[in-house]
Design a protein. Structure first.
Length: 180
């Protein structure tokens, strides 16, 4: 019987060694995953910041020259750096709503959001919109949708009368009693 216990003990030692090696590998991979997530988050923030800056530059340009065409992909854009020119490459912008402008000027995800809000029977939250536009109901997706909703409110496409509750924008005209 002594040899059976020795064999079990040897197998236990081998299993413990394998578990420790896997735990070490898991710790290393976990650290790499954390670094990759941080890098991804920095890139996402940078992309959103650049898109917002370019959108502001576009709105400032259109405010100075109302009839001027907005830049399109590949058009030169004036730069804050003397003598330097840069090109707009695939930037998704959300223009300010104005009479006569349709949702077709918006990127697809914003059109989807507007459609969900319009179809809702009443005010709707970001966490209710996310699954309806085909995204998983994860915190990151909800926060991204909330940022898009806030941008649509800021630019006149939606209203947010109660914090976090979004409705289609009530359009005010010069003849309406509620005009500002």
């Amino acid at each position: 019987m002594g040899s059976l216990f020795e064999e079990l003990e040897a197998r236990e030692v081998a299993a413990r060694t394998r578990v420790e090696a896997l735990e070490t590998e898991l710790a290393e991979l976990s650290g790499q995953l954390d670094l990759a997530r941080e890098s991804l988050e920095r890139l996402r923030i940078a992309r959103e910041t650049v898109a917002e800056v370019l959108a502001e530059m576009t709105s400032e340009k259109s405010a100075m020259a109302v009839d001027a065409d907005l830049p399109t992909v590949g058009d030169p854009v004036a730069s804050a750096y003397a003598g330097v020119e840069r090109r707009v490459i695939g930037v998704l912008t959300v223009p300010n709503w104005q009479p006569g402008i349709g949702a077709d000027v918006l990127p697809q995800v914003y059109r989807d959001i507007l459609e969900v809000v319009a179809d809702a029977p009443g005010p709707i939250r970001a966490k209710q919109i996310v699954p309806r536009i085909g995204l998983p109901a994860e915190t990151g997706k909800i926060e991204g949708a909330r940022a898009k909703l806030k941008r649509l409110v800021e630019r006149g496409w939606l209203d947010e009368d109660t914090p976090g509750m979004f409705t289609p924008a009530r359009r005010r005209t010069a003849n309406s009693p509620n005009s500002l």
